[in-house]
Design a protein around this ligand. Structure first.
Ligand code: PLP
Length: 453
């Protein structure tokens, strides 16, 4: 990595926070912003670069969340900033459905090349991950003439009506927001840490899901199976080896569209361009967003030409989909990922974090609150359980998880939690974070875990 940072890459906590300026903004917010939008941290951002976020009171936080896996190249990558400036000076919008432009086409070409599989591909662009997922389902339904969609336990696919239906967790994502779209079915996931039979293989876990699909729906009724190759909000669950390939194979045998939702796991995050590549799986459709455009809102569905082209002209689109500024940002962000070898960087981060947290787990012993340590690349997680239950009941400890995240924040480290049981800390640092900053962040996290053990 050869990166010049604009802001000093140092953690700095000046005193009590939220500071006065953040408190003032919080008061204005309470009187103006809907309560339903929650924020993980109570400080307001003034600037961000590389691995740090500066707040309005002069504190500098280490960012281990990347705005939920978005700022993979940093929040103000020089190439992205340059490309955005260049584009806004020409045109901010024309609407691709009205008067098209090259940036959209160039992003489609790029995604068709980067996504797994040598087959002929097409891409369509949108604004958010949920929108990409909705459209992947629309495409699969038109292409197959079937209705049913299979999603998995612990899945997260978004907050719009169809994607809420696909999402597994009720609180806070679905509670009270029904009725949900029909013809959505939920299959059991491979969740190695919480399997009743710890010996179950990935293939066996896949057969368990397949049996449910065959018995409760009928394979010939299924338009699509959608899965996150590593689940995000659901707890950074990495299915056992062999699970994804068997599900993909079953889909192929039965004319079902296999959709990999790589909105969170894509774009170098796991040490490959896409997480399915760790097991050589080639999805029919792949949904991307989050890390795609250096922080600008953009999403995509990429996949087999015959599936995307099955949709009638005018059937796909949206006013802002593939906005020219977002497209310029995406091309620059992908260029940075390539030139800085951020896939390699993700693997380095994995090695560092696993070495350090693995040593801490060994030190704390088998009955500590550290139940599981998992993930790939810079998409890593610790699942916390009640002390003494790690090898038996594995009782989730959401309380300790929350305290650990709060401790980190007070010390100047932004850390996100997730998981069906709220007991997972997920690490999603920008891939451009420096070794020193990452080490400092891990020092704080380790101290937080010790303090709560
Ligand atoms: C975040 C996320 C979404 C939804 O993306 P939005 O841009 O928030 O609509 C969908 N799928 C996965 C796997 C995600 O992590």
């Amino acid at each position: 990595m050869d990166i010049t940072y604009r802001l000093e890459q140092k953690r700095r906590v000046l005193g009590d926070f939220p500071g006065p300026k953040s408190l003032e903004l919080a008061a204005r917010r309470a009187a103006s912003v809907a309560k339903g939008v929650a924020s993980s941290v109570p400080v307001y951002v003034a600037d961000a670069d590389g691995g740090v976020i500066h707040d309005v009171d002069g504190n500098s936080f280490i960012d281990l969340g990347s705005g939920i896996a978005v700022t993979t190249v940093g929040a103000s990558d020089a190439a992205v900033v340059g490309a955005v400036k260049e584009q806004v000076e020409h045109f901010t919008h024309t609407c691709f459905m009205v008067s098209p432009y090259e940036g959209y086409v160039a992003v489609a070409e790029k995604l068709n090349r980067l996504t797994p599989g040598e087959h002929e591909k097409r891409t369509v662009l949108f604004n958010s991950g949920a929108e990409a997922v909705e459209n992947a389902v629309k495409i699969a339904r038109v292409a197959t003439g079937r209705d049913a969609v299979v999603a998995f336990d612990h899945a997260y696919h978004g907050r719009t009506n169809l994607t809420m239906g696909l999402t597994a967790k009720a609180m806070p994502y679905k509670h009270g927001f029904g009725p949900f779209a029909g013809e959505i079915y939920r299959a059991p996931m491979s969740y190695p840490f919480r399997e009743e039979n710890p010996q179950i293989t990935g293939k066996e876990a896949a057969e368990r899901a397949i049996l449910l699909i065959q018995k409760q729906i009928g394979a010939d009724q299924v338009a699509a199976i959608i899965i996150e190759p590593i689940q995000g909000e659901g707890g950074f669950i990495v299915p056992a080896d062999g699970f994804l390939p068997r599900i993909a194979e079953f889909a192929k045998e039965n004319g079902i569209v296999f959709i990999a939702d790589e909105v969170q796991s894509g774009f170098c995050r796991t040490g490959e361009w896409f997480a399915v590549q760790h097991e050589g799986v080639v999805p029919d459709l792949i949904t991307t967003a989050k890390g795609i455009a250096g922080g600008m809102p953009l999403s995509a569905v990429t996949g087999r030409a015959e599936l995307l082209d099955a949709v009638h002209g005018g059937g796909l689109g949206g006013t802002y989909g593939g906005n020219p500024v977002a497209c310029a940002a995406a091309l620059a962000a992908i260029e940075t990922m390539d030139s800085q070898d951020l896939r390699g960087r993700a693997r380095e981060i994995e090695a560092t974090v696993k070495r350090r947290l693995g040593a801490l787990r060994d030190e704390l012993g088998a009955d500590s609150i550290v139940g599981d340590l998992r993930g790939r690349g810079a998409m890593l997680a610790i699942e916390f359980v009640k002390k003494g239950s790690a090898t038996t009941t594995k009782e989730p400890d959401a309380d300790a998880t929350k305290k650990i995240a709060e401790y980190c924040l007070k010390e100047g480290v932004i850390i996100l939690t997730c998981g069906t049981y709220g007991n997972v800390i997920r690490l999603l640092p920008p891939l451009v974070i420096s070794d020193e900053l990452l080490a400092d962040g891990l020092d704080v996290l380790e101290a937080a875990i010790r303090a709560n053990s």
